[in-house]
Design a protein around this ligand. Sequence first.
Ligand SMILES: Cc1ncc(COP(=O)(O)O)c(C=O)c1O
Length: 388
Amino acid sequence: MNDSTRLGSTVPLVTPLFQSSVYTIADLEALDRLYSGEEFGFIYARDGHPNATRLATIVARMEAARWCVVCSSGMAALTATILSFVRSGDRLVASHLLYGRTNQLLRQELARFGVATSFVDATNIDEVRRALATPARVMLVETMSNPTCRLVDLGQLAELCDDANVDLIVDNTFATPSLVRPIEWGADVVVESLTKLMSGHGDVVLGAVCGSDPELLPILNQTVTIWGFASNPFDCWLTERGLSTLDLRMRTASSNAAILADWLTTQPGVRRVIYPGRPEHPDHRLAQRLLAGGFGNMLCFELEGGRDAVNCFMRQAPEIPFSPSLGSTQTTCSYPAGTSHRFESPEEKARQGITDGLVRLSVGIEPVESIKERIHAGLRTKSSSMSL
Ligand SMILES: Cc1ncc(COP(=O)(O)O)c(C=O)c1O
């Protein structure tokens, strides 16, 4: 930390929390020096504050990026990024497998401002090539899609985007830099919902945008400041603490998820299991090439019996809380058809494989046998016995 945190001859080991919305400035000359960048300091927390600056430095390093801007949520980070690139009349190309709210951002919100989106199957390189043949400003994909964990070939996409002079934005929320750093595969910008695995304890809402183009940074900062996408100090402080264990948490959660995915395929009442670490997953080979140190903590399983069976699971397994987020230390479940993708049409849900019986599991870091027991309680029918 810098001199402002010095206490006598010592400085605190842990970054202090700077819970202040505004800073004091000596006089108007000092104000001018701050605005011109001649002197380093803070003025107003919507424009920047020490906890965001500190967190941005750490996240940029983790993502192999030159810079990072912290925003008030993952959605704020995505919105700020896109707004920094586009103007009315521009066209985006986006994967047709995205988080539901991101879909709404593109289809409803940006469309209102005359920004059109062409949705493509980003796992199909020929389809992407055809989509990029028409001028576009940016392409948006998720490394590992929510909820069905489809992966995209980041290297190939980056090459195609480069050839077409299109900037590639990658939402890396499900994978995190612990598994893959999209910038190293050629992405121009990486967005993370820090709310999830990055902060990792279910007590923060925050997002980040990382990149390396020096010309984009001031535009992004201006977008964040003026549209009001700025972060708050306490969430940044908590996230900094959470990040120090990201690799440890990811390793344990990925290992647990792999064991649970295999085990779930043997459980009565489970129709299918979706996990990139399973050989039958359509992107298993790509996942082996792209991801380092595991296949992630996210998996889905489909229950025979649809919505009623899911309700029964949730009621019988209160220790796998139905909690529509992901990435906490505790194993939780969610219901994509009713939460993350609630506002998609029935046709769209069907196309994405989001069925009425689909449960999304965010695997935590508890001992795996205890997670099995808790899930088993949910799967139990009158005739089933414990077979762990
Ligand atoms: C893949 C993905 N991207 C972005 C977001 C948005 O993040 P936040 O909830 O922090 O706004 C989510 C939220 O679930 C997500 O799953």
